[in-house]
Write a protein that binds this ligand. Structure first.
Ligand code: HPA
Ligand SMILES: [Zn+2]
Length: 330
């Protein structure tokens, strides 16, 4: 679906398509434990977040050079452009690379190269959000922020991802305070598998401006009231929720009731190479499965630009919003 939109919840490592994984494996002399792309795809049946993360981290072994990261990001941007994305705020997981000996400068250098060309090549404005892996220590997160200091002009925000349950936001109080002092904006995954309390903690202890997922807020009416009154954006990923079994089937996804409750919902693809669709596919899927109307789709697109970190460029935000209003559904 080509409706103009911003994508705000997208892990660049989650855009690694099997074909590119095999091409990079061959180029870098990495042995993959799968015969071919077809066999790899058969492994994409997940029970929960952890079973996905195991495969997600292991396949990253093929990403080694600046060129690899540039190619990965360029391939995402090309696909996103074809599905109406005008602005993308892209997560990356530096620890998943530095832990296997790839320097953070290689990662940011490669991604940055693709992002620098993005407006010209794909018509997409971009930002980078550096995520800390919450199942690693708070010290490791602090070391990562420190290692990123030479590249802060390329990074607009910090985030928090990976295995959620047992790793509450408060564990990262110090690194989020340090990120704030450096002028970075803040988001965090919360309430994907973890309880509503993690969403409160992300807001109150980390001071985040958006909640990534936030699905489980629906178990806590007081929290919903707060998210509505403070207009805290939620970056929902419905196809991810189905694939990781947070909801049984897309028809039962609470997106519609979340919108009806007045929550500022956005729709995103999370890890599109693994979850069955890029963000335009995701818009189409929720439109069909939940019986949304076109005005609701337009609201989701508007929300994505309202929730985007475009405060420094309100002119651009206004331009994107006018594209949403002018869009004619076919
Ligand atoms: O959906 C996700 N949740 C947490 N961590 C992640 N890392 C990539 N995708 C995800
Ligand atoms: Zn995510």
């Amino acid at each position: 679906m080509h409706l103009p939109k911003a994508e705000l919840h997208l892990h660049i490592e989650g855009t690694l398509e099997p074909e590119l994984a095999f091409a990079l494996a061959a180029r870098n002399g990495v042995d993959l434990p799968y015969a071919d792309t077809e066999e790899l795809r058969t492994a994409y049946l997940f029970d929960d977040l952890q079973s996905f993360l195991d495969l997600y981290y292991s396949l990253m072994a093929v990403l080694r050079t600046e060129d690899d990261f540039a190619e990965l990001a360029d391939a995402y941007l090309a696909r996103a452009a074809a599905q109406g994305v005008r602005h993308a705020e892209i997560f990356f997981d530096p620890q998943a690379h530095t832990d296997r000996g790839v320097p953070i400068g290689t990662v940011i250098g490669g991604l940055g190269r693709a992002l620098d060309r993005s407006e010209e090549s794909h018509g997409i404005s971009t930002q980078l959000i550096m995520c800390f892996l919450r199942d690693k220590s708070a010290e490791s997160a602090l070391e990562t922020l420190d290692a990123a200091k030479p590249y802060l002009d390329r990074i607009s925000a910090v985030g928090l991802d990976s295995a959620e349950v047992g790793h509450p936001p408060a564990k990262f109080r110090e690194v989020y305070a340090a990120a704030t002092a450096l002028g970075l904006r803040k988001v965090a995954h919360a309430g994907e598998e973890g309880p509503p309390e993690y969403i409160r903690e992300a807001l109150d202890v980390l001071g985040v401006e958006r909640i990534d997922h936030g699905l489980r807020c629906m178990e806590d009416p007081d929290l919903v009231d707060r998210l509505v009154s403070e207009r805290i954006p939620l970056t929902l990923c419905p196809l991810s929720n189905v694939r990781l079994r947070a909801v049984d089937v897309l028809e039962q996804h609470p997106l519609r009731s979340m919108m009806d409750a007045g929550l500022l919902c956005t729709v995103n693809s999370d890890d599109p190479a693994y979850f069955g669709g890029y963000v335009g596919d995701t818009f189409r899927a929720v439109y069909e499965a939940l019986g949304l109307d076109r005005e609701q789709l337009r609201t989701l697109a508007r929300n994505s630009f309202e929730a985007a970190f475009l405060d420094h460029d309100e002119e651009r935000r206004a331009r994107y919003l006018s594209e949403v209003e002018a869009y004619a559904f076919d």
